[in-house]
Design a protein around this ligand. Sequence first.
Ligand SMILES: Cc1cc2nc3c(=O)[nH]c(=O)nc-3n(C[C@H](O)[C@H](O)[C@H](O)COP(=O)(O)O)c2cc1C
Length: 178
Amino acid sequence: MKKIGIIAGSLRSGARSRQIAAIVSSMLGEGAKVIEIGDLTLYNQDLEKNPPAAWTAFREEIRAQDAVLFITPEYNRSIPAALKNALDIGSRPGNQSVWDGKPGGVISLSAGKMGGFGANHVLRQTAVVLNIPMMPQPEAYLAGIETILDGNGALKDEGARAFLQSITEAFINWIERF
Ligand SMILES: Cc1cc2nc3c(=O)[nH]c(=O)nc-3n(C[C@H](O)[C@H](O)[C@H](O)COP(=O)(O)O)c2cc1C
């Protein structure tokens, strides 16, 4: 059974990305878990002399995963700063990146019609340098997220459920290659 770490890009309690992360986690089954990034101090290289406990715990947690799946909203055509911070923390010290060679995937979302296209591809850009082989196809852009999820974070759109199921199946096939 592959261990899959799921990271949601938004920190707010009612975040749609966190709700999708929970849904996708249950679709992926036992090996999947959501990994939190909200308590990570902003990356500052000075802190490497005595890294914050949350950095060390996060690095160990990611290192223990076979794969990572990112669920990210779009913030100003990019990924949220919290997600970039987590990527940066995991990437250091230089030769000890926890991302190196770990297969990944991205599901982006937005309330509007573009489904977080900007965030999705900004994340792919960073994945290249981190050597995270990102599943190229199928791409996953969840547009109109408010029409997909109800007020409690449950899927209210059967088409979206089938789509997410197809994405998770493709993702499992993708990470089996590594
Ligand atoms: C700071 C900020 C910037 C945003 N920028 C974009 C954007 O560039 N494109 C977009 O489609 N939506 C944008 N949104 C809307 C979010 O994608 C939308 O609110 C989404 O549901 C937030 O994710 P969450 O529900 O997981 O917190 C932005 C929201 C915030 C808070």
